[in-house]
Design a binder for this molecule. Sequence first.
Ligand code: DGJ
Length: 347
Amino acid sequence: MKPVIALIILSAAASLPVGAQCCKNPETATCTCRATAMIQGEQWLDTDGNPINAHGAGMLFHNGKYYLYGEYKVGETILPDWATWECYRTDVTGVSCYSSTDLQNWKFEGLALKAHEDPEHDLHASKVLERPKVVYNAATGKFVMWAHVESADYSKAAAGVAVSDSPTGPFEYLGSFRPNNAMSRDQTIFVDDDGKAYQFASSENNATMYINELSDDYLRPTGKFTRNFIGESREAPAVFKRNGRYYVLTSGCSGWDPNQAQIAVADNIMGPWTLIGDPCTGPDADKTFYAQSTYVQPVQGKTDCYLAMFDRWNKTDLKNSRYVWLPIVWTDDDKPSIPWNDKVEIR
Ligand code: DGJ
């Protein structure tokens, strides 16, 4: 391993107990909390002292702040009577947004995108909304959200798009479609240095991953796409770029249950992709530490510093799913590796 200088984002709070430290202002009766420990798989609290509720999350860095967006899961987890597989779901409530300057203290900014009352609407409580990702379009000045929108039986397999003037929303829902007429389930959006954006989506019943080039306003596919990892059933794509090369971290396809991660590299975003293998090391690495990838966030102001974000799903009580965030390190032969660490430390 290359020597690394550790920036421990817990350093200011490392000696404090798990949970938020809250102090109440007697004059205003408001409470301000400072998050303390970010222990993998434990409950992480926001600055109001509430559990961070952002599953299948994505992140955006904009004007000095990180924004975290995720599935806002409340209420019962339901397995319908007609289910022939473990299609556990919670009602759609919307997409949560949190902001932070340090990746540790997260302020709840509310629901950036809200559920809809019309039973026919994609965002009705009875449907499924997963893996929201938000990107900023410098040309239009708009924030664009893409998400996986589903029917309760997961047969819709479509992408929903929403737009806002502000990173915290409200986002206006524009509708859904199947990009390039192909199924679109687990998905992410990647914006390249030249401003071009791409959607990565599990398609063809999750057997093949599509990379769909997006229009200049990021609202539609251009029609140019490639089929990747054909027949390999990869899900949960998380894409990043380092030294001009592209990397995609994915999971296997086993519903809410954990499986082995895989990372691939390409010189061209549209492929071809070369498999590197499982980047995870340490206990339970072959099960991705009982978690599943969702996003990789470059840490600002650090060279070669990428934070890999995972969900540790609790399939029968999805709102109580937890998070695992681990930095990617680079081996001596320049391959990405994700070693286990029981707390969030960025190196
Ligand atoms: C795995 C996906 O990665 C999740 O986002 C979700 O769609 C579950 N499958 C549903 O089983």
